[in-house]
Design a protein around this ligand. Structure first.
Ligand code: FES
Ligand code: FE2
Length: 440
């Protein structure tokens, strides 16, 4: 049983909070590269209750600054992008990507005021169509050599969406291996050849059986959880027959991401990033082990649900997530349409702005969540004590962090042990970018 105090400690991430101090030790996704496309690459960013402005200067350099102008606090997100920086429209003070004040044009000629002004600036890097920022103290960790970061740009696609609730319950829904048999149940199987870009709509590797049938008919997975150097590996087994076992391997990458299979050829690496305590963005990088990703199709599919500029869902609590009683009786378990992102969004948001974990009753399918919370609390305590926490690699350690293997496939029942390792190896051998790395 979680106390109200423990729940607060795990979920609240504003400046000065224990979990906030932990999450500030990691790179956090703050925007898609797509959001800086167009004639004026400037975006406001809210991360863990703090306000920033993100911009790309005329030389292509990215900057992330505190959003309030150090003169009298006007909003730099409305700034003018010119003369090598971002200029406040109130009195024209100009700042570069490092936060240096370059000009205070209303001051007398020869004024030295600029030299005493420095706006807080934070490291920013662009990886796989996603812009990551580091707002913690000291040096940021190195980026791991995970598949989503080493695949060529042609083989990755990034997208995001807003959840109107706390980040932790979003992560806890994503890492749950049992819910897919219920929340994402379809009463009829669709043509798996039309499943491109969609999760839980194709066929598993080494199988013709639609995943919708596997999830529907085999609803009691045997779940195992193992600690790894990056977080946790979860294995869910579904015994399909005497001779066949469905194997699904998913991962938690500490502290806030999961890496899961989307289809036989694509994986999803997804972060859950607090905007504040009661809103979060999911940021996903889809990585292809087959041909290049059809980015246009992937984007169009997702823009049917998500509305720009803030990537808010068109289906939400204000319109009951599109709930339809006839559909719930005959087509889907939720009655909320075919898009599984809506099902997840309902499961996540309907727990409340911050799930009240003092009222929950965990079962055996929640063993991954229990293991994750232990890691989280231990790392929060270690941060308070100034001690080491997982997943802050140096360059050498980062190069050793690969994969993680995310597999959805059907194994011979007698050869389940080692199946995911063999399936992962086989997929890498058939993939140019992944094979090139195996050969190194
Ligand atoms: S408030 Fe920004 S220049 Fe005056
Ligand atoms: Fe789900």
């Amino acid at each position: 049983m979680i106390s109200a105090e423990q729940n607060d400690t795990m979920t609240r991430v504003g400046p000065g909070t224990p979990a906030g101090a932990l999450l500030r030790r990691y790179w956090q996704p703050v925007a898609l590269s797509d959001e800086l496309a167009g004639p004026r690459p400037v975006r406001p960013v809210q991360l863990m209750g703090q306000h920033f402005v993100l911009f790309r200067d005329e030389n292509g350099q990215l900057g992330l600054l505190d959003r309030d102008c150090p003169h009298r606090g006007a909003d730099l997100a409305f700034g003018r992008l010119e003369h090598g920086g971002l200029r406040c429209p109130f009195h024209g003070w100009l700042f570069d990507v490092k936060g240096n004040c370059l000009q205070t044009p209303a001051e007398p000629v020869g004024s030295k005021l600029c030299s005493r002004i420095k706006q807080a600036a934070y490291p920013v890097v662009e990886r796989a169509g996603t812009i990551f920022a580091y707002i913690g103290d000291g040096e940021p960790p190195a980026f791991p050599d995970f598949d989503c970061f080493v695949a060529p740009d042609t083989h990755v696609f990034a997208f995001k969406g807003l959840f109107e609730c706390n980040w932790l319950q979003a992560l806890e829904v994503g890492m749950d291996p049992a819910h897919a048999s219920y929340l994402h149940r379809f009463f009829k199987d669709a043509d798996t050849s039309a499943s491109y870009g969609k999760q839980f709509r194709g066929a598993s590797a080494d199988s013709e059986m639609p995943i919708t049938q596997v999830l529907r008919e085999f609803e009691r997975p045997d779940i195992a959880v193992e600690p790894t150097d990056y977080g946790l590996r979860l294995t869910a087994l579904r015994q399909l027959s005497e001779s066949k076992t469905h194997v699904r391997v998913t991962n938690v990458v500490f502290p806030q991401a999961f890496v899961i299979p989307m289809s036989a050829e694509m994986t999803i690496s997804q972060w859950h990033v607090p905007v504040d305590d009661t809103h979060c963005y999911w940021y996903a990088i889809f990585t292809s082990f087959a041909g290049p990703v059809d980015k246009q199709q992937m984007r169009e599919q997702r823009l049917q649900l998500y509305e720009l500029p803030d990537y808010t869902s068109r289906k939400n609590k204000r319109n009951h997530y599109g709930y339809n009683v006839d559909e719930q009786l005959t087509e889907t378990y939720t009655g909320m349409g075919d898009d599984i992102n809506v099902h997840d969004q309902w499961a996540i948001e309907s727990q409340g702005p911050i799930q009240n974990r003092t009222r929950e009753h965990l079962g055996s399918t929640d063993k991954g969540i229990i293991a994750y919370r232990r890691m989280l609390v231990k790392a929060i305590d270690a941060t308070r004590a100034g001690e080491a926490v997982p997943m802050l690699p140096d360059a050498a350690q980062a190069a050793a962090l690969t994969g993680p293997a995310s597999i959805d496939g059907v194994s011979a029942a007698a050869a389940v042990d080692g199946y995911w390792q063999r399936a992962d190896q086989a997929r890498r051998m058939q993939c140019d970018w992944a094979r090139a790395r195996l050969d190194r």
